[in-house]
Write a protein that binds this ligand. Sequence first.
Ligand code: 5GP
Length: 217
Amino acid sequence: MASQLGNLFILAAPSGAGKSSLIKALLEKHEDAADFPMEVSVSHTTRKPRPGEEDGVHYHFVSREQFEKLIEQGVFFEWAEVFDNYYGTSRVTIEQTLHRGIDVFLDIDWQGARQVKKLLPDACGVFILPPSTQVLKERLNRRGQDSDDVIASRMREAVSEMSHYDEFDYVLVNDDFSVALSDLEAVVRAQRQRTAKQQMRHLDLIKDLLGDQNADR
Ligand code: 5GP
């Protein structure tokens, strides 16, 4: 993928760390800000929709056969099998959105994150951790009525995901939600000021300040 104006953010976390809520809050907070354009990529998945989930909004829900065909057609920027289901990010949508100068957030697992970093090293990886094992356990016991076996299996999956935290550029601890949200905003703002992006965004200013020849160096 050639250099793009928009930034690509990869957000990963174990289930129960509050990743989806943080992304949702970040987007809602900035939805009217023209200088802060951002979108969340809608993945394809073979898992069944949960109550309240809409096709094309939360995921593009497809069958295993359809997903395998899309893999063969090279549709995916990255894809992975997570908890016995396929999940994948479509290449074209991301490229087009980044090209328009819009930042894209990928809510994906560590396997997908690794693939994206390999293809696009300047993508910004953020890992979100829960504040303690106790809090994680409480959050994983979703309805407060799951069996010990179910919670133990969710804990194992969470620990396995968390063991990859150090493959990411930033680690946020989601203890106080509003602090975690402002930390995430700080990461996004910092990423936007990186020299390579500013060179693209402010080429005319740089030319004006330095003169055409110096600016093209
Ligand atoms: P859930 O089924 O709970 O929505 O998601 C399960 C896991 O799959 C989460 O960690 C989520 O981030 C991850 N996931 C969702 N979409 C994608 C995707 O397109 N690619 C990859 N690699 N993981 C994804």
